[in-house]
Each structure stands twice: as structure tokens, then as C-alpha cells.
Design a protein around this ligand. Structure first.
Ligand SMILES: *[C@@H]1O[C@H](CO)[C@@H](O)[C@H](O)[C@H]1NC(C)=O
Ligand SMILES: *[C@@H]1O[C@H](CO)[C@@H](O)[C@H](O)[C@H]1NC(C)=O
Length: 236
């Protein structure tokens, strides 16, 4: 009985060690100072004893939003960083130290099907259409263009099928004229019924100018640009 309790206790310790490690792992951040735009700072920094401790405290304070941090190993200043980038934000200054991002965030992959290829990065952290557009631009990319059936089909290999996902199509300039933002071209009228959900786009309440992939439907819909959802960036 005593032995049994001992074993259960050890199992518990190992379980706690593993779960704590996956919750706050400092090894999954890598140095990344070569972005076009500055990182979004989640708050003012604090003094922290080490880079790993900075990484861990960032995740404890911001369990959903900590996607990176800045750490100055001389002053020990630690600044938490969020999941998007901004053109007008300053790059880390000498006092803020080096910028580290979580592995995988802001990394692009290539995927092909037959003659169609996309260089893409899919982000599940929800942003509105404006912020999604800005973040893609900061990565030298744009929201995904699905202006032919092959490219449209390829999209479903890149995203989570059951999520709402922004792509780069909107009628912000002229109501009712949907333009692929990256090419400046309007949606092909022959393609439109194949890619949009039936009776969409409908500009419901006069307030739907941005286009997203409707969860589980393999079809597009228009929505208020202020909604926050996953988004798909692409490099030409
Ligand atoms: C690739 O595209 C073809 C149509 O051209 C389609 O039948 C096939 O399912 C696609 N492959 C994948 C993995 O989706
Ligand atoms: C998107 O969110 C940002 C703040 O992160 C805000 O400034 C901007 O106005 C929002 N855009 C829309 C269309 O709601």
C-alpha cells in the first residue's frame, strides 16, 4: 500500500512536471529581428532574472496573447509581445534588447496541388480585417487570393475547415464591387456563384464589406470588417 501511494505520488509529480512544462516552455522562442514592422507590445516591461524567466512570465501573464518578448540581458528588461505586427510600431530599441518570437508564428510554408502553388502562413489568433491586412503586409505578404477554382480549392488544404478565416477580398472602395486586394482585380462574375455561399454576399445591415471563408461550408460570405477571426496570409 505504501509503495502504491509512492508510485502514485511519483506519477503525479511527473504529470505536474510535464503539464507545467507544456504550459510555460521557454525553449520555443527564437530570435527574430528582421521583420518589416514593429511588434505590438502587450504592456510595459518588467525586470526579469533571465531570458527563460521572461519567456515564462510572459506566458503566465498573457496565456493567450504572449507570442514573443523582448529581453535585454544587461538591464534585464523584459517586454511581452503580441500576435501581430504594426507598420508604425518601433522595432525593439537597444534598451528593450533582442526580439524573440514563438516558433512557427510568422513562418511561411509552401503547398501545391498540380499547377497551383501557395506560399502561405495561416494564423488562428483572431484579428479584425484591418489588423489581419496589416499583419500580412508587415510580413511582406497579403491576405490570400482565391481568384480561380484551383487556387480556391487549394485554400482548404491550408486552413482549419471549421474556422472563419479572412481572405483578401473586400468591397471597401465601392459598395458591391468585390476586389482581390493583392491584384486590384474584381471577382470574376462566372466564378462568384461557385465560391460564395448562396445569396451571398448580401451586405447585411449595410455593414458587410470584407470576405471570409464560412466554417465548414467551402464557401465565402461577407461580414463586418470589425469581426475578429483567423486569417490566411500569402506571398506572391
Ligand atoms: C488537387 O486538385 C484536384 C483538382 O484539380 C482535386 O481533385 C484534388 O482533390 C486536390 N488534391 C487535394 C489533396 O486536395
Ligand atoms: C481593428 O482593430 C484595431 C485595433 O486593433 C482598430 O484600430 C481598427 O479600427 C479595427 N478595424 C475595424 C474595421 O474594426
Amino acid at each position: 500500500m505504501k509503495g502504491c501511494v509512492g508510485i502514485m505520488f511519483s506519477v503525479l509529480i511527473v504529470y505536474l512536471a510535464i503539464s507545467t512544462q507544456s504550459l510555460t516552455d521557454s525553449s520555443m522562442f527564437h530570435k527574430s529581428n528582421n521583420l518589416l514592422c514593429g511588434p505590438t507590445r502587450l504592456s510595459l516591461g518588467w525586470i526579469d532574472k533571465s531570458k527563460s524567466s521572461c519567456a515564462i512570465n510572459c506566458q503566465i501573464k498573457y496565456p493567450n496573447d504572449c507570442q514573443g518578448f523582448m529581453y535585454n540581458k544587461f538591464t534585464r528588461s523584459c517586454t511581452p509581445v503580441g500576435p501581430n505586427l504594426r507598420p508604425n510600431n518601433a522595432q525593439p530599441s537597444v534598451t528593450e534588447g533582442d526580439l524573440y518570437f514563438r516558433d512557427g508564428i510568422f513562418q511561411f510554408n509552401t503547398r501545391s496541388n498540380g499547377s497551383t502553388t501557395a506560399v502561405y502562413a495561416y494564423f488562428t489568433h483572431p484579428l479584425n480585417y484591418t489588423d489581419a491586412t496589416l499583419t500580412c503586409a508587415c510580413l511582406n505578404a497579403h491576405l490570400y487570393v482565391a481568384d480561380n477554382l484551383l487556387k480556391y480549392g487549394l485554400m482548404f488544404l491550408l486552413i482549419d475547415f471549421d474556422q472563419s478565416v479572412w481572405i483578401g477580398l473586400d468591397d471597401l472602395d465601392h459598395e458591391g464591387v468585390f476586389i482581390w486586394v493583392a491584384t486590384g482585380q474584381p471577382v470574376d462574375p462566372f466564378l462568384k456563384p461557385f465560391i460564395f455561399e448562396t445569396f451571398q454576399p448580401d451586405n447585411r445591415n449595410g455593414n458587410e464589406d470584407c470576405v471570409f471563408e464560412q466554417p465548414g461550408l467551402l464557401r465565402l460570405n461577407d461580414a463586418p470588417c470589425s469581426l475578429q477571426m483567423a486569417y490566411l496570409c500569402e506571398r506572391s
